[in-house]
Design a protein around this ligand. Structure first.
Ligand SMILES: Cc1cc2nc3c(=O)[nH]c(=O)nc-3n(C[C@H](O)[C@H](O)[C@H](O)COP(=O)(O)OP(=O)(O)OC[C@H]3O[C@@H](n4cnc5c(N)ncnc54)[C@H](O)[C@@H]3O)c2cc1C
Length: 434
């Protein structure tokens, strides 16, 4: 390696110079932390975003070309998780210049993990019915309440929080959106043990937790608008295709991969070529599973495998078609839900095929990485029907926003939140829709 960028230097590397720059700057013996810092300063981590967020405002064509070149050179992917999937685009859209400068560099360099503090025991699909309160107190907000299903809440440095700041107005209007520090005395995080043995999400309890005034995003009472965009970013990221064989790399100083060396990361990625948290196996992987069980020549299995393969291909081609332009009748807000719903259906079909194919091998720990990955994928696949909003809610969004069909009736939309809560607590409350 020669001519490596010095620590303070920041210079965008456009696609035309990328190959030459990688020759001098990409070192597989570097730690992930060093690489993410270097690629941040070169505007390569998230090329489509502004410089403060590790980008260079690149066009979608240039971003795709940069991604292809980085993939070709087996460069580690950008930091994953709700911070970069949801937090960064939300800050780019709603943050003040000060907020962007203060929070985006550490986040998009992978130095911090952020979590999403939206769902509550009584507010998932009906997110606008949430009850966690934030009350202004001088230069701070004081938060009390409970969140649940908070992915990586136990390792996050900060959380994207939606809380009720005014219960005397209709439920969508009394919400505000904050960034809260997770390491403080008023926050207790309790991990939830899952079906697959992991504990990737937590309950989070707030007792007089504090947020400085400068952490309010989008203005008081505008939290629903910010949250709606956050959910749109979340859906499109859940449905986004992972680079084939690429590892998922976690940011943050508590549970992250910062200290890992790139050559080791790449060696591991090659031995298990599927993300263990993926919701569905790629078609070719499922075919390999059938081959190992000597079923790939069976006529009925061939039919099932081809059907699965076609579902995944139809989804891929549909996404490519969207990128080429939308029909006039279809609103772009429905694309994320449509793609997420398709992923959910593929996850369902894939799961039953994996269980059928694996047989008793699927029930026990196995040293064969393909069977282990298949089992983990099948167990994780249930989450595809819920995470980022359920299948039913995706269908509602597609119907209402995409196709312009009438909205679901909602009796509580215009009532002050303080008046509807007691009456509707035990009844079905349609109409808010994550
Ligand atoms: C893997 C995973 C990760 C998650 N991570 C996070 C996270 O980091 N942060 C966070 O805040 N949340 C997170 N969640 C929570 C997730 O957003 C909620 O589970 C989801 O929004 C559904 O809410 P609920 O579980 O309360 O179900 P409910 O809303 O109670 O839904 C129960 C059932 O009723 C149906 N239903 C509800 N309303 C309607 C309607 N209007 N029309 C038709 N059917 C309806 C639903 O589709 C569902 O089948 C995560 C969930 C999963 C699975």
């Amino acid at each position: 390696m020669t001519d490596v960028q010095s620590a303070s230097e920041r210079e965008n590397v456009p696609i035309a110079k990328l190959s030459e720059w990688l020759d001098s700057n990409y070192d597989v013996e570097a730690s992930l932390e060093e690489w993410w810092d270097r690629s941040y300063r070169a505007g390569l981590t998230f090329p489509q975003w502004p410089a403060v967020a590790g980008g260079q405002n690149a066009s979608s064509t240039d971003s795709a070309a940069i991604a292809a070149e980085l993939a070709e050179r087996e460069v580690p992917p950008a930091p994953s998780g709700n911070g970069t999937f949801i937090g960064a685009p939300v800050f780019i859209e709603f943050g003040s210049e000060e907020q962007k400068q203060e929070f985006l560099p550490a986040l998009t360099r992978g130095g911090e993990a952020w979590c999403q503090l939206f769902s509550e025991p009584g507010a998932g699909s009906d997110l606008a019915g949430l009850q966690t309160r934030a009350v202004a107190d001088g230069e701070e907000w004081i938060v009390n309440g409970q969140k649940v299903w908070c992915t990586q809440g136990d390792v996050a440095e900060r959380g994207l929080l939606i809380a009720r700041t005014n219960p005397e107005v209709p439920k969508h209007k009394g919400l505000s959106f904050f960034l809260i520090d997770m390491d403080q005395p008023g926050i207790e995080v309790r991990p939830i043990r899952q079906l697959d043995g992991g504990a990737s999400f937590s309950e989070v309890f707030f007792t007089d937790a504090r947020i400085p005034a400068g952490r309010l995003l989008g203005g008081e009472g505008n939290g629903w608008g910010v949250a709606t965009r956050a959910l749109a970013f979340e859906r499109s990221n859940i449905s986004k295709r992972q680079r084939r064989g690429a590892p998922v790399l976690r940011p943050g100083s508590k549970g992250g991969d910062l200290k890992r060396i790139i050559s080791e990361i790449n060696a591991n990625a090659a031995s298990v070529s599927v993300d263990r948290h993926a919701y569905a196996l790629p078609g070719r992987q499922l075919i390999e599973l059938a081959r190992r069980q000597q079923l790939n020549a069976d006529p009925i299995w061939r039919q099932k495998l081809v059907e699965y393969f076609f579902q995944t291909e139809v989804r891929r081609y549909t996404e490519l078609r969207y990128r080429g332009g939308l029909p006039d009748t279809f609103d772009s807000a429905a694309i994320g839900p449509l793609s997420k719903l398709a992923l959910s259906q593929i996850a369902r079909s894939g799961r039953s095929l994996i269980f059928e194919l694996s047989g008793s091998k699927g029930l026990v720990e196995d040293h064969d990485p393909l069977f282990s990955t298949a089992r983990e994928t099948a167990l994780a696949s249930f989450a595809a029907h819920f995470g980022g909003g359920t299948d039913q809610i995706q269908r509602n969004v597609i119907a209402e926003r995409g196709l312009g069909l009438p909205r679901e009736p909602a009796v509580d939309r215009d009532l002050p939140f303080s008046q509807i809560r007691a009456a509707s607590e035990s009844t079905f409350k349609p109409g808010s829709q994550r």
